[in-house]
Design a protein around this ligand. Structure first.
Ligand SMILES: Nc1ncnc2c1ncn2[C@@H]1O[C@H](COP(=O)(O)OP(=O)(O)OP(=O)(O)O)[C@@H](O)[C@H]1O
Ligand SMILES: [Mg+2]
Length: 258
């Protein structure tokens, strides 16, 4: 098996001449937790949109697990196991936490919502859904309407619905955004756990989280790769420090405390 599971070459996305992602060549090692960091507007989310095929690239290529996926559709890429965490808006607020995971499983396996499936099939989904809730620490909330979950727990539910697709590689866009310190710790532990036997690529602004989780990081600024390597090395890079200080003091503040 190739050492890198995901590889881009010269990946570029222009919006009406504005280069949001410019000539990015990224290599993500199989089994690693890889951080994608950079100031606001650096092109991180656009990168994710390119990788999961929500946006077509202007130039460049993407290989996943030995295949060229540059021209594939989002659903095909997801079927190959490259899955992005759903936004919270994809959680059905009136369904219970358990039902949300069950729906995700049904969607992953059947591709439809045929509710006339046999009881045995539905019980099978239920058993797996309960396992997934256990994995993400939501068992005690199984029967609560998802809309009533505290914010941090909603992110855990989002991760459970992503796991329902049995991803080979997960993309997480700011999994700890807007969380209390306690929730952040829980999500860090959760990402560590779900990363077992998988590859994770995550965008994260909290550098303490990045330091604690990521094996390798890539720093993007203005659409370009500024630096890449282990956190300890990259965080000492003067250009990286300048990029953060120059644009977003809150981030460098976070690094200072981390
Ligand atoms: N659909 C679009 N049309 C035009 N410009 C866009 C579009 N999507 C993103 N951009 C621009 O591309 C740049 C990169 O945006 P992107 O959302 O990828 O940044 P980001 O690194 O995820 O930032 P943040 O940390 O704030 O989430 C920004 O200047 C943004 O305004
Ligand atoms: Mg973003």
């Amino acid at each position: 098996m190739a050492e890198s599971i995901l590889e881009t070459e010269g990946l570029t996305k222009e919006f009406l001449g504005f280069v949001a992602v410019g000539d990015v060549s990224l290599k993500v090692r199989r089994g690693s937790i890889h951080g994608l960091i950079g100031p606001n507007g650096a092109g991180k989310t656009t990168c994710f949109n390119l990788l999961t095929k929500f946006l077509p690239p202007s130039r460049g290529s993407i290989r996943f697990d030995g295949r060229d996926i540059t021209k594939m559709k989002p659903a095909e890429v997801a079927r190959l196991g490259l899955v992005r965490s759903f936004q919270i808006s994809a959680v059905f607020p009136h369904l219970t936490v358990l039902e949300n995971v069950r729906v995700a499983l049904q969607r992953a396996r059947g591709g439809s919502f045929d509710f006339w499936r046999s009881d045995a099939v539905l019980r099978g989904y239920d058993a797996r859904a309960r396992e997934l809730l256990e994995d993400v620490g939501l068992s005690q909330y199984a029967h609560l309407p998802a809309g009533q979950l505290p914010y941090g727990r909603k992110r855990a539910l989002e991760i459970a619905t992503t796991l329902a697709l049995d991803p080979v590689m997960m993309l997480l866009d700011e999994p700890t955004a807007g969380m209390t310190a306690e929730d952040v710790d829980r999500i860090v532990a959760l990402v560590k756990r779900v990363a077992q036997g998988r590859t994770v690529l995550m965008v994260e602004h909290n550098l303490k989280v990045v330091e604690g989780l990521c094996d390798t990081i890539t720093v993007l600024t203005r659409g370009k790769v500024l630096a890449e390597g282990p956190y300890a090395e990259v965080s000492r890079n003067p250009q990286v420090i300048a990029a953060y200080l120059g644009t977003d003091p809150t981030i460098s503040g976070g690094a200072g405390h981390g």
